[in-house]
Design a protein around this ligand. Structure first.
Ligand code: R5P
Length: 302
């Protein structure tokens, strides 16, 4: 294996630490400080000359802070003459803004990819992008890992009459891939968002057979919880026996914990691409780590 180091931004130190430990090394030393006016400062505290440097960071809440910090880390590595920088971005914030949904909107995901490209990065490793078009905005190689695969054994363990459910049309391809993995049929909820009101949505119909079945809703992100809770409610109306959720990114906003905990959902499986603070944990929530998935992807790059 080539000589490499693992650096971490501040968004998800536990995940970065687990990855480094599995690769048999400590996290590389870096100083990240924030001035009182919120401006960040970064300093690399190791010799990285001629080394391959992985930077692990999620663009999670506060998204812009973590993004800017990432730029500063990449710049500091360049100044310190790192040979290659590989960005490992378990959660790619801004990914949902992959097109102008209403006239006059910025294509924010493309803006972020173009900014990242100015950082002389060799490759991006990421997990379950909201849309494949985000990967296509990049001119540098992107390894997009199928994060939902980490939930396969949990779902197979349910040993029931399963149906995998896409909670909206946008998630149909993702749900289909998971359904193929666990060898179960597919259904879809028809969802309508109010684009003028953030986080407001309506579920209209269920396509597919869910009566007396155990449904597993598969999604990339949970934010307010409205999508999966709305899907669970309509699935129950259509006769579903039980409803579980597998979602890669636990991008919980205020109030999500209470809504999810009090919902009819049996269990919610999420990954640790985003660090869930202890105050947001609840008994129905089970976190499965993406550490091994990322370790294997890192080894492939070396
Ligand atoms: C949207 O299309 C995404 O795939 C997720 O379904 C969405 O971001 C979830 O948001 P919320 O939990 O607020 O409904």
């Amino acid at each position: 294996m080539k000589d490499f180091k693992i650096f971490a931004g501040s968004s998800n130190l536990p995940l970065a630490g687990k990855i480094a430990a599995k690769l048999g090394m400590p996290l590389a030393k870096i100083e990240i400080v924030r001035f009182a006016d919120s401006e960040g400062r970064v300093r690399i505290e190791e010799d990285v000359r001629g080394k391959i440097c992985f930077v692990i960071t999620s663009f999670s809440n506060p998204v812009d802070n973590h993004l800017m910090e990432f730029f500063l880390i990449c710049d500091a590595l360049k100044q310190s003459e790192a040979e290659k920088i590989i960005a490992v971005i378990p959660y790619f914030g801004y990914g949902r803004q992959d097109k102008a949904y209403r006239p006059g909107e910025s294509i924010s995901a493309r803006v972020v990819t173009k900014l990242i490209e100015t950082m002389s990065i060799e490759r991006i490793v990421t997990i379950d992008l909201h849309s494949d078009s985000v990967a296509s905005f990049f001119d540098i190689p992107v390894s997009q890992l199928f994060g939902l695969s980490i939930f396969q054994s949990e779902i197979e363990r349910l040993k029931d009459d399963l149906v995998i459910v896409a909670p909206d049309a946008g998630g149909a391809k993702r749900a289909q891939s998971f359904a193929e993995k666990v060898n179960a049929p597919l259904a879809m909820v028809e969802k309508k968002r109010n684009l003028d009101k953030i986080h407001e949505l309506e579920t209209l119909n269920v396509i597919g057979q869910v009566k007396k079945k155990t449904c597993v809703i598969v999604d990339d992100i949970i934010a307010g919880g409205g999508t999966v809770i709305g899907a669970a409610e309509i699935l129950k109306k259509f006769g579903a026996k039980k409803v579980f959720v597998c979602a890669t990114h636990a991008n919980f906003i205020d109030g999500a914990k209470e809504k999810l905990a009090n919902s009819s959902l049996e269990k919610i499986f999420v990954s640790d691409t985003i660090l869930v603070p202890s105050a947001q944990l609840f008994s129905k929530l089970k976190i499965v780590s993406v550490d091994q998935l990322l370790v294997e992807a890192i080894k492939k790059v070396l």
